[in-house]
Every structure is written in C-alpha cells, then in structure tokens.
Design a protein around this ligand. Structure first.
Ligand code: ARG
Length: 463
C-alpha cells in the first residue's frame, strides 16, 4: 500500500509513493523537530547568499526570508502541523514555505542538498547545546569550590581500596571533583571549536555547479570557517562522537560523585545529608530517605556510554560519502544532551547544599588509624629507615587493635616498646589536625592549601 502516488519532494522518477511501513520506517520528523530553528537559520543564510550571487533576486530573497520567519514563529508557538509523510524537518519546512509563498519556495533548495543541510543544522544545534552545557558545568564547579572553601578545615578519612588510608580535608575532596570537571570544561570548549565549521556548500557530496560563496554563509551563521572537503563535509560525524564521548566522561565523573554521595548518605557512613527536596522516600519503609538523584545519575551514565558505543559503531562501516545510516546519529546525540544536561543541572543545584556532618567525618578518620603514615614519617625523621618504620608502626597498629583504642591513645611507654626513637612529641603527629596540616604543599590536603587551591580554581573559572 502506498501513501501517495509519488513523493512530494523526490517523487519524479517514482511510479508509486512509499509503502506505509517504509514511510514510517524512514521518517525522522518524530525525533528531530528540535533542529527546526537551526534549519531555518541555515536556509535564510543560504538564500541570502543565493541572492548575492544572483541566483535569487533581492525581492525573491525577501519573500523567502519572511516566509521562513513566519514558519519559525509558528513552530515556536507550537502551532506547526508536522507531517510524517514529509519525512524530515527539512522537507516539512520547505513544503510549508511553498504552500505559504507559492512556487518561489521551490527555489530555496538550489545549490544544496539535505546532506549538507542536515550536517549544518546538527552542528548549529550542537554549538548551542555545548554553550549551555559549558555554562552548567561552570555552575557546578562554582558550587563545589564554594563547598570546598566552607569545609576546608573539615577532617574526613581519605580512602584507598575503600579502607581508611590517611586523613584528608573535605574541601580537598571537593576540589578533586572540581578538577575532573575543569578537564570536562576544557574538552567541551575544544569540541566546540572543532565542530564550528560549515558543511553547507558540499551539496549532496561533490559540491555544486553554482558559484556559491561559502565564506559568506559561514560568517552569517557564526562558523569559524568552511569544511574543506565536500565528501568529508557531508559524511563526517566525528563531532557527534566527540560530544557524546565528552558527555560520557562527564557522566562517569558524576557517577563517581554519586557513588560517594550514596555511600556518605548511608547511615553506615553518615558523612553528609542532602535537603529533603533532593531526596525521595520509600513506599514501604517509612524511615527511608533515599539519594535517588545520585542513583539515577549513576544509572543514566550507562545510557550515555551506550550512546557512545552506538555512534562509534554507526560510523565504523560507512563508505564515503553520505549514507542514510547517519540519520541514526540523532537519537543518541539528543538523548545524550538531555541526559547530561539534566544531571549536571541537578548536581549544580545540589552541590552548595550538601550538608557535611563534621563530627561524624572526623570520628571515622579517628577510628581508622588514619595517622599511621604520619607516625612512620615521624620515625624516618628520627633516623629510622622507612621500611623499618613501616614495620614498627604496623606493630603499633596491631597493638592498638588488640587494646581497642586509637594510636593516639596508646601510652608513650607502650609506643616505646616498639621503638625508642619515639618521644613525647609523637602525639603532635598522631592528631588528625596535625596530620592534614603537615601536608602543606601545592596539591596537599592542608586547610591552607585547600583555600589557596580553591582561590586558584575560582580564578580559572572566571578567566
Ligand atoms: N533525515 C536525514 C538525516 O538525518 C536527512 C538527510 C537525508 N538525505 C538523504 N539523502 N535522504 O540524515
């Protein structure tokens, strides 16, 4: 069964229209209307260029531009009758333009193809998407820096192998998260710069016989230049892969934060609390306050990683130049943008409101023999070789475990059973505050270093 006798925009050589199932299978309008404003901007720039090279008259351009702007307004108002029989966003807009302004609308597609058109639309969309994401990542970084400054003196256990390792400051931990996001910001900016070049003018694949001015179109659309090779222009989707890869990396980072927040909110840790508005409850267990935003973020990371795999796989078998496979880039890209955008925005909202339970954090560090390395370093300063010091402190820890106390609670005489290099001043290094304050160099966890690092991070954010 065919939907119409021949297709409105490409039916000339066809004896019948597409089978209904084929039409439903090939359409993309159901998932790409977000490209419409970019399609219209691209069309206006193209038409203006056609008028300057004499392919359209100034009046014709004026009418096309007005017609496209009227369509844009209708779309923005939610009053546009998208028609799946017209396949995609490009043909919906072009067909409507021809209905609205008459046969002149049919001249718009001179010297271009949907292949360079869609590549242009997607790059324009991605540029706006990246700009919005770059801003949100910055907002999250600012929230983490604020939290780091507030908790620069707060002591918590630092972990390796999820075992208590050495005391760190909560602020130092927040700045580690911030550092991951600073790299994400850099990646997004680099991807934006690489993606911001114009495909239009490549036409279907080989360029066009009209004397087009691609530089003029690039300038009007805010592109930094034109893509050099027409085959590459219509077929390249590296920008999509790079975007989804950077997004997957952001999600991986948020997933790691999530994992820590989930652990820290567990009563078994009890390091932090989130305001109720960022948590949800259990339908059966009245006592529960669940960190669902963090859990869903961890879960949605899987989707974005899946999208990256989808795009890499989509491209790996494609010969030059354009293939319809490329239509499959949209759902992964759009869903990635929606997912990473929502997660980053929520984390940016939440970060400054993370309430740190300072006493519990400190107590967890105290219980875990977190200053054992400080004792070993103390012995080294007293002339003991590090490996011997390690052994001595191991014996002290074992003794403290047997006695059910902390290293700082062992009597001096007890400590001296393991090494006579230990003196009264040992208790200064066994305190948690002494331990963190001693790591007083760039990159160290000392509160003063955290404050300095936060100031540097804030400066980087503002520059
Ligand atoms: N919907 C198509 C896409 O997303 C537009 C380009 C169609 N080009 C074509 N030759 N059928 O790639």
């Amino acid at each position: 069964m065919s939907t119409q006798s021949s297709h409105q925009t490409w039916g000339g050589r066809f004896a019948e229209g597409p089978d209904a199932r084929v039409a439903a299978f090939t359409e993309s309008i159901s998932f790409e209307t977000r490209l419409a404003p970019y399609d219209i901007r691209g069309s206006i720039a193209h038409a203006r260029m056609l008028s300057t090279i004499g392919v359209l008259s100034a009046d014709e351009f004026g009418e096309i531009e007005a017609g496209l702007k009227a369509i844009e307004a209708r779309i923005a108002a939610g009053d546009f009758p998208w028609d799946a029989a017209l396949e995609d966003v490009h043909m919906n807009i072009e067909a409507r333009l021809t209905d609205d302004i008459g046969a002149l609308g049919k001249k718009l597609h001179t010297a271009r193809s949907r292949n360079d058109q869609v590549a242009t639309d997607v790059r324009l969309w991605l540029r706006d998407t990246l700009d919005a994401l770059i801003d949100e990542v910055k907002r999250l970084r600012a929230g983490l820096i604020e939290l780091a400054e507030r908790e620069a003196d707060t002591i918590m256990p630092g972990f390796t192998h999820m075992q208590v390792a050495q005391p760190v400051t909560f602020g130092h931990h927040m700045l580690a998260w911030q550092a991951m996001l600073a790299r994400d910001s850099e990646r997004l900016a680099q991807i934006r710069a690489r993606a911001n070049v114009l495909p239009l003018g490549a036409a279907a694949l080989a360029g066009t016989t009209f004397a087009i001015d691609r530089e003029m179109v690039a300038q009007e659309l805010g592109f930094d230049g034109v893509i050099d090779n027409s085959l590459d222009a219509v077929s390249d989707r590296d920008f999509a892969i790079e975007f989804v890869s950077a997004a997957a990396t952001i999600m991986m980072h948020l997933s790691r934060f999530s994992e820590e927040l989930i652990l820290w909110m567990s009563p078994a840790f009890d390091f932090v609390e989130l305001p109720d508005r960022y948590c949800t409850g259990s339908s059966i267990m009245p006592q529960k306050k669940n960190p669902d935003v963090a859990e869903l973020t961890r879960g949605k990371t899987a989707r974005v990683q899946g999208h990256l795999t989808a795009l890499l796989t989509l491209m790996k078998g494609q010969p030059l130049a354009y293939n319809r496979d490329n239509q499959e880039d949209k759902v992964p890209m759009f869903d990635t943008a929606d997912t990473v955008g929502a997660c980053v925005a929520l984390f940016a909202d939440m970060a400054p409101h993370i309430m740190v339970k300072r006493e519990q954090c400190r107590e967890a560090a105290r219980r875990g023999f977190a200053t054992a390395t400080d004792l070993a370093d103390y012995l080294v300063r007293a002339g003991v070789a590090f490996r011997d010091a390690h052994e001595i402190v191991g014996n002290c820890v074992s003794r403290a475990i047997r006695e059910g106390c902390d290293l700082a609670e062992l009597e001096l005489t007890t400590l001296r059973e393991y090494s006579d290099a230990i003196g009264e001043d040992v208790y200064e290094v066994l305190t948690l505050e002494g331990s963190v304050a001693a790591r007083n160099h760039i990159g160290g966890t000392a509160p003063d270093q955290v404050r300095a690092a936060a100031a540097r991070a804030r400066h980087a954010l503002e520059s």
